[in-house]
Design a protein. Sequence first.
Length: 694
Amino acid sequence: MNGIDRRQFLKALGGGIIIFFSKSDLVDAQTTPSDFNAFLRIGEDGRVSCYTGKVEMGQGIITSLAQILAEELDVPFHSIEMIMGDTSLCPWDMGTFGSRSIKIFGPLLREAAAEARAILIQLAAERLGLPLDRMELTSGVIRDKKNPQNQISYALLAQGKKITRRLEKKPPLKPASTFTVSGKPVSRQDALAKATGQAKFSGDIRLPGMVYARILRPPAHGAKLKKVDTSSAEKIKGAQIIRDGDLIAILHSYPDEAEQALAQIKAQFELPENKLTPENIFNHLLKVAPGGNVIGQEGNLDQGKKVASTTFTETYLQQYVAHAPIETHTALAQVEKNKATVWASTQRPFGARDEVARALNLPPENVRIITPFLGGGFGGKNYNGQVVEAARLARLAGKPVQVAWSREEEFFYDTFQPAALVQIESGLNGSNQITFWDYRVYFAGDRGAQIFYAIPHHRTASHGTWWGAPGAHPFATGPWRGPASNTNSFARESHIDLMAAKAGVDPLTFRLAHLSDKRMRRVLESAATTFGWLPAKAPSGRGQGVACGIYLGTYIATMAEVEVDKQSGTIKVKRVVCAQDMGQIINPEGARMQVEGCMMMGLGYALTEEINFRGGEIRDRNFNTYEIPRFSRMPKIEAVLVDNPEIPSQGGGEPAITCMGAVIANAVFNATGARIFELPITPERFKKALAKGV
């Protein structure tokens, strides 16, 4: 929180105890969670406000973070109020992505709460005139062990006072064995508001005198505006035309009137020459790929090749995939004199703050980003184009302006999961042991690429990331839920399956024979037990597949059953089981929801979701051509939570999605003998694979 001094901060918060932590002062805003300035407020009514730069976008951290704080502070769960993603109230945070909220911010919040608890006990001892060892704490009330009637609550300690106290030594954290809130299933704090329509998203915010913006857009990425005629639009009553360089917008008190006025603008664009298509994109990527960065290697590949009796060389492909959130990018901006406030759907409130500050030439402390609920992000709302547009227009118009991208704009300006490819060369010896593994991934990124199977000679190299490289993609790419790991898991687990089939070994048995990691074996065996896996070499005709992976410290194993119509190429997923070890579980109910949501969303990139394009022209602009999973196509979904309290909490919002492409492809092979090398598995691609044979 740059630019707000301690006096201003205390004045803004009003009455209550403010606990400052020993990590660093709150005013040192440009820090990461590892050097945190996280804080909480004990109100006079006993309620506890938790301030975090993280945002709630459906993943449930509004509940699980509250559980962490309630547990360590020893207060009732329902006394916690979460204040999230407000850059003028919350400590700096780099953003909400990568399943890192519980994994990274959670431990810092625990430390903060433990320190607050220790300080409050000190204050209570002083107030009661008793030694510290006579104090005991239960649900926010501190008592004299020998005389329980002699007590004082957090609420009474906070009455009309602001106390600053620091601890020189960190107090101990509660052992997991004593938890009464963390680790227990808790209903989501936001459930009622969202179910009843009371929840506020950026598009629900209204300000006096606000107007709605519709912006002139190019027909393709890379197009340049050559000529524009706004005379017809100017005749529409109440329409205000704003032009600032290439930013041309219609403002109106009614969004439909702004849309009609926009349609009256006549514009000519110069289109770039770009002949990239889904058919030639992979050859192009290989041509422009940067040199490989070796991210893991062991042994000697040449030696591994010498002892191999059978070798395999295959390429695996992944098309572009859109985020397609239900809520499009939206922002409402108000600029008054030299200060700006923006209500924004963003995964990066502080990044949005800095972008607005640069666009308006304001100091960051004069920009406030308020983040209401997000209607999905999945990595796509790291980019804050709509936030900057709204801020620029609000300053130029002198009134609050809302920019809400249409569905067409959302698809056009999305930062897609990149088209990517993986080349794998491997070998087996006469005992069906993998002797070598040479793995190269292009433009997906290296997350999830590291081999975790026991292979004596292996090398893994990554060429480019999900952000692409100059000239790689005809439009923007970026992280998509489980970035890189979706592509890497599809390639790795398909290739493992291919080798198992060639060896004539059951795919589960083959994996277990190459796993020395006890944690992975436990997860895989847990999935097999719940699924009821019966060993058989593939293709068995059963339509059952298996895939496993490691995503940023979380272990997952997935099994699926499919039914395939060979004539039409239609694939019906009947059942999916996913076992997940995410270390210590904060909210089992929330964790289960996340696993289920991942499996549901993963059906999309596995079976139907891909962007059709020609050069910078995006040809899928709505759900009539871009097909996300439908409720009618949902399989039976089973989430198995493998509790592992000895390991700190890992991420749970993304891991389970990463194996969905692989497990369905492997199940399709098991059902039909058709090996799939490209996602998504459309009917056309399946029928070509079936005709080609194994």
